[in-house]
Design a binder for this molecule. Structure first.
Ligand SMILES: NC(=O)c1ccc[n+]([C@@H]2O[C@H](COP(=O)([O-])OP(=O)(O)OC[C@H]3O[C@@H](n4cnc5c(N)ncnc54)[C@H](O)[C@@H]3O)[C@@H](O)[C@H]2O)c1
Length: 200
């Protein structure tokens, strides 16, 4: 399905509940991540990114929440990313859409906490997925060495494990948060990370 299509999103939840009887967890994941500044991004492309990376988060919440309320609550997760916390150069539309998605996450969390619905954003740094195909070999290694303190590539499984925890009852007090899963990148004040051993 296309998660930017309002009718398709509404039908997804109706189908899921008709099939399984209830809806406990919904995770909005799909996104695109094009480059561009305020000048080089066309308005048409900007709107496409906002539709997929932000509006889909609104549509998902809009149509899953009524089903969750009927069965006593649920968990909503949104794949945002550290660009939703602060942008990096040449990523205007992506950063704007993800910042909006994070704000929607917080609004949903506070509006529906009393309905036993929790809503959190997962904010990965660089993850080894097809999104980053074409960015391989030496260039990828140089990027990781420069920006990410943890000495390994973050995998989709690391994000899935975080989602499983956030969806579980063990995370019952966590809502309205941006959970950063980035190997320490966001914790560093300066972009150009230097390993302490390399500084000596
Ligand atoms: N990979 C990273 O380094 C990274 C970092 C931070 C955040 N993210 C975010 O994580 C999410 C997942 O990214 P990924 O790395 O798995 O990307 P990916 O390109 O590997 O997968 C994205 C998926 O979204 C699907 N998709 C695209 N448009 C869609 C639409 N309109 N409706 C339904 N599905 C659609 C694609 O078919 C694809 O399967 C995205 O929101 C991305 O912005 C990724």
């Amino acid at each position: 399905m296309d998660i930017t299509n309002e009718a398709a999103v509404e039908a997804l939840f109706d189908d899921a509940v008709a099939t399984f009887g209830r809806l406990d967890v919904y995770f909005t994941i799909a996104g695109i991540s094009p480059v561009g500044t305020a000048v080089t991004t066309s308005y048409e492309d900007y709107k496409k990114v906002v539709a997929l990376d932000m509006d889909s988060v609104f549509l998902g919440s809009k149509y899953c929440i009524p089903h969750m309320i009927k069965t006593g609550g649920g968990v909503i997760l949104n794949l945002v990313g550290t660009y939703g916390i602060r942008p990096t150069p040449n990523k205007l539309s992506y950063s704007a859409a993800k910042a909006g998605a994070l704000s929607i996450t917080r609004s949903v969390a506070i509006d529906f906490a009393r309905d036993n619905i929790r809503c959190n954003a997962i904010c990965p740094g660089f993850v080894n997925t097809p999104l980053n195909n074409g960015f391989e070999g030496e260039a990828r290694q140089r990027f990781l060495n420069t920006y990410q303190p943890a000495p390994f590539e973050i995998q989709a499984k690391d994000i899935a494990e975080t989602a499983l925890f956030l969806a579980s009852d063990e995370a019952r007090a966590i809502t309205g948060q941006a959970i950063v899963v980035d190997g320490g990148t966001e914790a560093s004040l300066y972009l150009n990370y230097k390993r302490p051993s390399a500084d000596k």
